[in-house]
Design a protein around this ligand. Sequence first.
Ligand SMILES: [Zn+2]
Length: 319
Amino acid sequence: MKRPDTPACALILGFAAALALLYAPAPSRASLPDLTLAAPRETPLGAPSAIPAPSLAPEPLAIPVVPPEPPLPAPPKEVAAEKPPSLPAGEVARLPAAESPVPSFSRGSGDQKHVALTFDDGPHPIITPRVLDELRARGVKATFFVIGERVKSYPWVLRQVVAEGHEIGNHSYSHRLLSGMSEEMIRREVGDTQAAIRDAIGYETCLFRPPYGAFQPNANAIFREYGMNVIRWSVDPRDWRNRDAMLISNRVMRESRNGAIILCHDIHRATLQALPVILDTMLGEGYVFKTVSELCGLPPLRIITASHAPSRSASEAKN
Ligand SMILES: [Zn+2]
């Protein structure tokens, strides 16, 4: 009998052993340590566990401490304007005398490409008529916030402004800071300017721009008394500081947005020189220039004065 081939037999046996090892059953779960039972027990409230439960929250990052920014001056407060009821032509809609807020605007609605160009501190006997020339040449209407004592000096300039369809606002009588003034002084600043405007053009205004944009709460009663809307601005090219036409026009064009109220001064030559570039560029971009009352949705400003004696009686009482 032929003996089996020993090397072949060993190979087969080895292969079988390897298969047996490969398909051997895994050790039973019970034979492994049960790691899932290792969680710590909940401890009663008030008795924290000696070993705190591991937190899943990531390690807090070290945040560098940034010093807080210095507080900015409070922006002009915008109060939703209550539209006064419509009154017969020739009268102004007065706000209730009580504690109603004084309507205040620093911009108009941004819904459309409308802006308002405003000129402060005039009328000026030379520059204001030149400003009017530039506006007229382009069919643009603007709003002029005038100083009472200059209206007294140059009433014919104010009449020309009105005759060309522009709007008038009150910018105080002496251009002094209202903050710190007594109520009586503020009343004279506002009222004497109303009187000067009325004497020049036959009616008053219910737009008021405080000198430097500033006033204190004691002015509110006077603004209410005169039915004033306080108008500030959203674009200030600082033509009062930098008498540089290119700088002024660049600032206006860069900072103007829909609804902008643009602050300029019709007493500086640089502003006059900047005006054609501002107007031509912005008109070319599709902006439409509105008066302040149009931009802010205020009623047409025509104030008759017979019933409006406080300014007169107050100032005359002092004289
Ligand atoms: Zn001013």
